[in-house]
Design a protein around this ligand. Structure first.
Ligand SMILES: C[S@@+](CC[C@H](N)C(=O)[O-])C[C@H]1O[C@@H](n2cnc3c(N)ncnc32)[C@H](O)[C@@H]1O
Length: 225
């Protein structure tokens, strides 16, 4: 068995813990140090691709679109968003942890084909929520995968990204018919209701973590109505 090699560590802002990047042959893992477990493994990324493919389906073949990806991780969603949009479209990726961006410029970038090298991709270093304060119709799709799911909705101590106020701010940054797509490890019908109350048309899709097998994840697809 090939042993894991530690490639780097990073502190998550606001005392969020310490991230570790490890590699074993062609497999990479990003995990929280200690007992809190794995955030991402490069072998399992089908639902990260589905987030972009489903969230950008309405702009397939359309020129000059703009997409925001929240959370770079291993770059799979960013890569799929670039593949799903036209050659003159732009994709902004917001990432909280500077080292994650640096890791993607190195060997970790091999996982998703180095999407940061695509001239259509730009990086916002910081909290994705900062991009929702402008309240101007900017994006055709906002693809969020920054958490395990919309926990902020049920747990007050989590960030406010999934609150009613935030969902309405995101709605204002969407262009007409724009879609907010959110990756979640579980399905919560109450979150669907909250999205509807925030004036989105909502669908959910169940997707498998690994080529038709593995864990079932939920993609919330909320279209500006
Ligand atoms: C599960 S990973 C994303 C995986 C990504 N979809 C992919 O395809 O590899 C979550 C990422 O979001 C970042 N993140 C967490 N909270 C964030 C925030 N509020 N704003 C921007 N990035 C955030 C984390 O540092 C991590 O890189």
């Amino acid at each position: 068995m090939i042993p894991w090699t530690l490639l780097g560590t990073a502190n998550i802002p606001n005392n969020g813990g310490e991230l570790e990047l490890t590699q074993r042959d062609k497999e990479f893992s990003i995990h929280l140090k200690g007992v809190r477990g794995e955030l991402m493994n490069s072998r399992v990324h089908c639902s990260e691709l589905a987030l972009a493919n489903l969230g950008c389906a309405h702009i397939q073949g359309i020129e000059n679109t703009k997409v925001l990806v929240g959370g770079l991780g291993m770059g799979f969603t960013l890569s799929a968003a670039l593949n799903a949009t036209s050659k003159n479209s732009q994709v902004v990726v917001a990432e909280l942890v500077p080292e994650v961006i640096e890791w993607n410029k190195g060997p970790l970038g091999d996982c998703a084909g180095h999407p940061l090298n695509d001239l259509r991709a730009t990086v916002h270093l910081g909290d994705v929520a900062e991009l929702f304060t402008a309240k101007q119709a900017t994006y055709d799709a906002v693809l969020l995968d920054v958490d395990n799911g919309p926990e902020g909705f049920t747990h007050a101590d989590n960030n406010n990204l999934y609150s009613s106020k935030s969902l309405q701010a995101i709605r204002q940054t969407l262009r007409p018919n724009g879609v907010l797509a959110i990756w979640s490890a579980w399905h919560d019908p109450k979150f669907t209701t909250l999205l509807k109350k925030s004036r989105y048309k909502v669908q959910t899709q169940t997707v498998r973590a690994h080529k038709g097998k593995g864990s079932r994840h939920t993609i919330y697809l909320a279209q500006k109505s």
